[in-house]
Design a protein around this ligand. Structure first.
Ligand code: SF4
Ligand code: SF4
Length: 379
């Protein structure tokens, strides 16, 4: 069952009420939090962003979930491995700027600084039968996933399922990107990771989401909803329905349908609560080439290569911080003599980590003109 609650504010009293109601709807708080139980909360702290930028889970929601679980006697830990390096000093800054440090402290929850990973068996995986995940998630009794509804340059949409990619420590994420540069392979990898640390409850922060150039460079947009459910795929299906995003054009969901992990028709999901739609939400798809009938063969491969969206680095915005250089899985970015980022597109795998992790919004994903002309003609 997916519960949709209308909510147009991050006022803590109202959020606390909504969170209390949602626990009741999903079987009662005792099912998730009680004395002797270690509850690990996994927010989305993609990078060092303020709450009003709408790139991270809002701290009010994190506070309310921690508060309700702690009041019920559980030991509550907030754990995340954001993009980039996984280091205590960076983590501290990310917790602080996102407002989640203050939220966790006020609710009596612990912030995770254990940087170790634990190997786990993942028998139901398609590819990742064994993998290393951050230790608090591996050792949790209960995992509560609090994701943010956003667009995503590579994966089109990010919500509950994609949020569990943060179970992978720091730059190991870049290795996954590099080894699985085909979008369908990377989507299967995200699904495998999600299956390995399957949350007991998924809450989707869609009070304010991010559209256009998410997950960090887009625009905040009021959606006015909190979604929750024990099945992350179902929660995302309902989330995509609200923003009018076609799940069959979202790589994770194309693969999830193929693997029969969720019903491809949102009508087949038990949805309760309020009816919400956000018609102004802009989703940027990236599969136009696959939809052209001539993509097979040598000509198709050539056209796909020259027409693929690509990262464009804006020199006037680049501050030479080097974050993209450190995070690029393909190692094709360098700083030039003027300390400006430059890319060798020949080796670029179009993962768009550079766009996601640039703190100064200096990287844009652009479709070449030829793409726009041909795709417009063929639509
Ligand atoms: S493009 Fe962004 S991340 Fe890369 S060096 Fe410039 S400012 Fe830093
Ligand atoms: S340049 Fe950007 S899009 Fe290309 S591989 Fe590096 S991080 Fe990914």
């Amino acid at each position: 069952m997916v519960l949709v609650q209308q909510c147009n504010t991050y006022d803590e009293e109202i959020i606390l009420k909504k969170v209390t109601e949602l626990f009741t709807a999903h079987g009662g708080i005792e099912k998730f939090a009680r004395p002797g139980v270690k509850v690990v909360i996994k927010p989305n702290i993609v990078s060092k962003k303020k709450p009003e930028e709408a790139a991270t889970t809002h701290p009010s929601l994190v506070w309310a979930v921690c508060e309700v679980c702690r009041r019920n006697g559980a030991h509550v830990v907030v754990a995340e491995s954001p993009g980039g390096m996984y280091e205590k000093a960076l983590l501290k800054g990310q917790y602080r700027v996102s407002g989640i440090e203050d939220a966790a402290k006020r609710a009596g929850a612990e912030l995770n600084y254990d940087l170790s990973v634990t190997e786990i068996d993942n028998t139901n995986a398609k590819n990742l039968k064994k993998l290393n995940v951050i230790t608090p998630l591996a050792k949790a009794d209960v995992i509560i996933n609090i994701a943010k509804l956003k667009t995503h340059g590579m994966m089109v949409y990010t919500g509950a399922v994609k949020n569990m990619f943060g179970a992978i420590a720091g730059l190991e994420k870049a290795e996954y990107h590099f080894n699985m540069s085909e979008y369908s392979d990377f989507a299967d990898c995200i699904i495998d990771i999600h299956q390995s640390v399957k949350p007991d409850l998924n809450i989707l922060d869609a009070v304010v989401g991010m559209h256009k150039d998410g997950p960090t460079a887009g625009e905040p947009i009021e959606i006015g909803a909190i979604l929750s459910g024990c099945d992350a795929y179902e929660v995302d299906m309902v989330g995509m329905d609200i923003i009018n995003c076609n799940p069959s054009r979202v790589p994770i969901f194309r693969q999830a349908f193929e693997r029969q992990l969720v019903c491809a028709d949102v009508g087949g999901i038990d949805v309760q609560g309020d009816q919400i739609k956000c018609p102004k939400f802009v989703v940027k798809y990236n599969d136009e080439m696959k939809r052209l009938h001539y993509v097979d063969g040598i000509l198709g491969k050539f056209l796909t290569k020259i027409m693929k969206p690509r990262p464009v680095f804006h020199k006037n915005k680049c501050r030479g911080c080097g974050e993209c250089v450190r995070s690029c899985p393909a190692k094709v970015i360098r700083l030039d003599e003027n300390k400006k980022a430059v890319v060798d597109l020949g080796g670029c795998i179009r993962c768009f980590c550079c766009q996601e992790l640039c703190p100064f919004i200096a990287v844009e994903i652009k479709k070449p003109l030829i793409n726009k002309i041909v795709v417009r003609k063929r639509k």
